[in-house]
Design a protein around this ligand. Structure first.
Ligand SMILES: NC(=O)c1ccc[n+]([C@@H]2O[C@H](COP(=O)([O-])OP(=O)(O)OC[C@H]3O[C@@H](n4cnc5c(N)ncnc54)[C@H](OP(=O)(O)O)[C@@H]3O)[C@@H](O)[C@H]2O)c1
Length: 297
């Protein structure tokens, strides 16, 4: 298959662009934001015409959760209009679209993992625009997979793991919220899941729809931080002495975040045999890589 990947410079886009399975078995065309702005319909149509893809993967998004509160129009333009541009063009050509969404479309009040049929009720602008994007993809493109993921981390781009590593090297104390729970999800596992789903695509495929995928086990941001530091301590010289658990109220942010963003992976397992991914081993690999990079720079 000829696959067009958008947002190829992001943390997930970079991982997908380098996925060995995708590269070995398919023809992958990976475009960055400067090569294609998904919020511009004309650019989208021209790219589809030029590259003639059999499948489109959209890893492009506006992802700055707090800044989105101030830049609502821009976030809407990318996460909703951009997704719609890709979906309508895919529909015209009768090709499938794989699109990513987030646990931030939920309000976090549920006590158990969210399923694909649970009601969306986003708390902030980022979640709202991602939910709008989902709805437009569903309406405009019959052959779609919307993959909701959570707490993404990996080697490329910015993420929580890299921030904590930096703080642990620079500061003796750090405060981290303990009353928001989620499931860290490695970009490597997401890319593997996408690759596995793509292997099932045939002209008669009928599994189009929304799926959840996340890592295991679930943790609070505080517990996640402790794990990062525990692994890094054996590999690096850290300044950090103490991590203090604090409440969300003690750490106010412009955007409200769900207290619980666990996603049930039952549907993706039942449909594709894809299991929720352990994140501890990929976290160790990432930290080893980061420490190695530090030593050699
Ligand atoms: N990060 C998380 O924790 C998380 C959690 C749940 C779901 N997700 C979802 O997972 C997907 C990938 O996220 P990520 O973490 O890889 O985000 P990311 O690192 O912010 O990457 C997003 C990419 O999209 C590009 N982009 C932004 N606007 C664009 C436009 N108009 N046209 C084309 N490209 C554009 C960005 O380009 P620039 O680099 O030039 O800005 C960036 O390379 C998104 O759908 C996101 O909502 C992420």
């Amino acid at each position: 298959m000829k696959i067009l990947l958008l947002g190829a410079n992001g943390q997930l886009g970079c991982e997908l662009a380098r996925h060995t399975g995708l590269l070995n078995t398919h023809h992958l065309i990976a475009l960055t934001r400067t090569q294609l702005d998904i919020s511009d319909l004309k650019q989208v149509q021209l790219a589809y015409e030029t590259h003639q893809p059999d499948l489109v993967i959209n890893a492009a998004a506006y992802t700055q959760v707090d800044l989105a509160e101030k830049e609502a129009a821009l976030a809407h333009n990318i996460n909703a209009i951009g997704a719609a541009n890709l979906a309508s063009t895919c529909q015209q050509l009768q090709i499938p679209l794989i699109h990513f969404s987030t646990d931030y479309i939920f309000n976090g009040e549920k006590q158990t993992p969210y399923t694909e049929t649970d009601e969306a009720s986003p708390l902030g602008v980022y979640g709202k625009t991602k939910w709008e994007g989902e709805q437009l993809v569903r309406q405009l493109c019959e052959k779609h997979i919307i993959l909701r993921i959570s707490w993404v981390f990996g080697q490329y781009g910015h993420n929580f793991v890299k921030t904590i590593l930096r703080l642990a090297r620079e500061k003796t104390e750090s405060k981290v919220v303990f009353d928001q729970r989620g499931a860290p999800t490695p970009t490597t596992s997401i890319a593997d899941a996408v690759f596995a789903m793509i292997q099932h695509i045939t002209p008669s495929a009928s599994f189009w729809g929304t799926y959840h995928f996340c890592g295991t086990p679930d943790v609070s941001w505080y517990e996640f931080t402790q794990k990062i530091i525990e692994i890094a301590q054996d590999l690096d010289t850290l300044m950090i002495q103490r991590v203090l658990p604090i409440t969300t109220e003690e750490y106010p942010t412009p955007a409200k975040r769900p207290k619980q963003g666990l996603l049930s992976c039952k549907k993706i397992t039942d449909t594709f045999g894809i299991q929720s991914a352990d994140w501890i081993s990929p976290l160790t690999t990432l930290i080893q890589h980061q420490c190695h990079e530090k030593i050699h720079t």
